[in-house]
Design a protein around this ligand. Structure first.
Ligand code: XIL
Length: 330
């Protein structure tokens, strides 16, 4: 079959994948990614925790190695991510940081040092950055709290991160990335994200696009017109603010689909098709990234909230463990 990147090119789409360290060292996986993709994002190696595990001790090596490979393959690179808002994903030392007598100043300085050091290090290599990741609480639609929001305010702290990124990586596309989906349970999440985007736009924050993570599942079924309308309403409002769209972390959670593999794979492919038909119909959405290409490489194999009740292996990606194309691929 024709590689995804060739199919994508015909539609004006970039096709990418999130690669983790273990699979990066697997030549067969590397070859599959090189054949199918023209964009790379590091699954974990570009996160603050990975880049600066201890204060001032930088570990750029693993990300540098991946990005150098991507460059040698002529791939575009997405940086993921500068600030992950949920406290548990920030480095422990950041959560424990002593902000001293002038906490706002110290918080600003810490944020500034992080964003500028990372952007300066990677320079123009990064085509697009997730500047802020997952700032909206999915249950309440409110902004999450962390050491920066407490000292600087939630929106001003994000605004600052975008401004610093824009200053140091002026050519990069700057993205807010989150996992709100079209499902009914995500109504508050979507509303919270829209409010945040409006707030940022009205401050003149240099934000260019919304990253739709797109970890979809059975509740994101867009097979009916009514459901499609809800999702379009959201995407229309985002694009109406002049923002672009990207699909940044696509996979299909099959935990509620039948255990029979043929039925399961058909179900995964159907969910994907309906979701992608609507989402990729937006001319603003020109980047499509998978979060893992083969089932064994998917984070959903280990993510406890994704596990199937029958314990069967998850099948969320376009290729199986033997790198054979599944219905989702087609
Ligand atoms: C996940 C990785 O895939 C896992 O290996 C890691 O343990 C946790 O993070 N949203 C994101 C990604 O923005 O960074 C997450 O990646 C998946 C959900």
């Amino acid at each position: 079959p024709e590689p995804l990147k060739v199919l994508g090119k015909r539609k004006g789409l970039n096709v990418g994948n999130a690669i983790g360290g273990r699979h990066f060292r697997d030549p067969a996986y590397q070859a599959l990614m090189a054949r199918e993709c023209n964009m790379l994002v590091a699954e974990n190696e570009g996160k603050w925790q990975a880049l600066e595990p201890q204060p001032g001790q930088y570990n750029f090596g693993p990300a540098d190695e991946m990005y150098a490979w991507a460059k040698s393959q002529g791939m575009l690179i997405r940086g993921h991510n500068l600030i992950w808002q949920e406290a548990k994903w920030l480095p422990k030392w950041v959560n424990d940081y002593d902000f001293g007598a002038q906490p706002a100043k110290a918080a600003e300085a810490l944020l500034r040092k992080h964003v500028t050091t990372v952007c300066d290090h990677f320079g123009d290599a990064i085509y697009s950055y997730d500047v802020v990741n997952e700032a909206v609480d999915q249950k309440t639609g409110e902004l999450r709290k962390n050491v920066f929001t407490e000292r600087l305010g939630a929106v001003p702290q994000m605004d600052l991160a975008f401004r610093l990124a824009h200053e140091r990586a002026p050519k990069a596309e700057l993205v807010y990335n989150d996992y709100m989906g079209p499902d009914a349970e995500s109504a508050k999440h979507r509303a919270g994200v829209l409010k945040l985007l409006h707030d940022l736009k009205s401050r003149g924050t240099p934000i260019h696009a919304l990253g739709l993570q797109s970890h979809i599942g059975s509740s994101d079924d867009l097979s009916t017109a009514a459901r499609q309308r809800e999702w379009r309403k959201f995407l229309d409002e985002v694009t109406g603010m002049g923002l672009g769209l990207l699909i940044t972390e696509f996979d299909v959670n099959d935990r509620k689909l039948p255990v029979d593999i043929a039925k399961r794979d058909a179900g995964v492919a159907a969910l994907a098709k309906d979701y992608l038909d609507v989402t990729l119909s937006y001319r603003q959405c020109r980047d499509f990234l998978l979060w893992g290409m083969t089932d064994d490489a998917s984070w959903l194999q280990v993510w406890k909230e994704a596990k199937r009740e029958d314990g069967a292996q998850m099948r969320p990606t376009p290729f199986d463990d033997q790198r054979r194309a599944k219905p989702l691929r087609d």
